[in-house]
Design a protein around this ligand. Structure first.
Ligand SMILES: [Zn+2]
Length: 123
């Protein structure tokens, strides 16, 4: 149990005592709002775009998902599920999911099944 100064000490504002209901960090340390704001910026209109792209000099096809309105951890978890479902490797980085190989149709179906808005875009 911590002793609170009763006089002459620092007076804490009510804000500093509050914790975030989402992450249970003190509001001052909470990154939820920043993450949500970043996710919103990355999300654009909230519809994830699934594209098929060639990667690197080898020209391997990779399925790329952009614009998912998710924070980094949720995005990484979703990326794992997508890779497992496709039986392929991939990455989750900077708000972008990649799944090795051409799985665009499958990825769109999986995203829709999880309640995300998603559509094919580009090639
Ligand atoms: Zn928080």
């Amino acid at each position: 149990m911590r002793k609170q100064p009763t006089s002459g000490g620092l007076v804490y504002s009510t804000d500093s005592g509050r914790t975030c209901p989402a992450c249970r960090q003190a509001q001052a340390d909470c990154r939820c709002k920043a993450l949500a704001a970043a996710a919103t910026r990355a999300a654009g209109d909230g519809i994830a775009r699934v594209t098929r792209e060639k990667q690197g000099r080898g020209g391997k096809t990779v399925t790329v998902v952009r614009g998912l309105p998710l924070a980094a951890e949720a995005l990484a978890d979703l990326g794992k599920r997508l890779r497992n479902a496709c039986g392929a490797g991939g990455t989750a980085k900077d708000g972008v999911l990649e799944v090795q190989g051409d799985h665009a149709d499958r990825v769109v179906a999986l995203l829709l099944a999880e309640g995300h808005k998603a559509k094919r875009a580009g090639g």
